[in-house]
Design a protein around this ligand. Sequence first.
Ligand code: E4P
Length: 219
Amino acid sequence: MKFFIDTANLVQIREAQDLGVLDGVTTNPSLMAKEGITGHDNIINHYKAICDIVEGDVSAEVIAIDYATIIKEGEILAALNPKIVVKVPMIKEGIRAIKYFSSKGIKTNCTLVFSAGQALLAAKAGATYVSPFIGRLDDISTDGLGLISDIRLIYDNYGFQTQILAASVRHPMHIIDCAKLGADVMTGPLSAILALLKHPLTDSGLQQFLADHAKAAGQ
Ligand code: E4P
């Protein structure tokens, strides 16, 4: 399973990259705003800075919701760097745009996906990635992981190549469950990735090893 970090924070992206397990980055307009990145030039420069840090795919979201402007924005974003994946919302105009981008060899990430039917449409349009938001579904007492399972079944039934990018991941159990269900990618905060490191028996075992070593060495 590929690990993407879901942030526009360059410090956190560098930390995840330094860990050596990062496969890419996802951003969205809210995450960009959180970092105070506003204005066309600043946004473009920020995407370039992210691409300079990571080796894998970097999702950059269009703001437009009409077909012509989605295409215009997407082509500008895609031209920035081969790592850029144009993130397009799951709307009618978005599906049309994904079909167009796919025909031009431009990578896409269909975002704001909350149902299996939406994921089926994204795959038929040729999306590179589909982003089901599991945390936001859980927030409204709906089974986010169940959606990952449904999409996996549908895509495998027909051999769709669209990669399932489990998004809105909130904690380490989401990551583990997504891996069990066969999600191709997960995107989440640095805290969820780092939480995978933690086990109390690792901590106590390491303390014991170091103490025994020190004792034997007469320290
Ligand atoms: C997906 O790419 C989105 O950026 C993201 O995962 C949304 O997560 P949130 O529900 O934590 O905002």
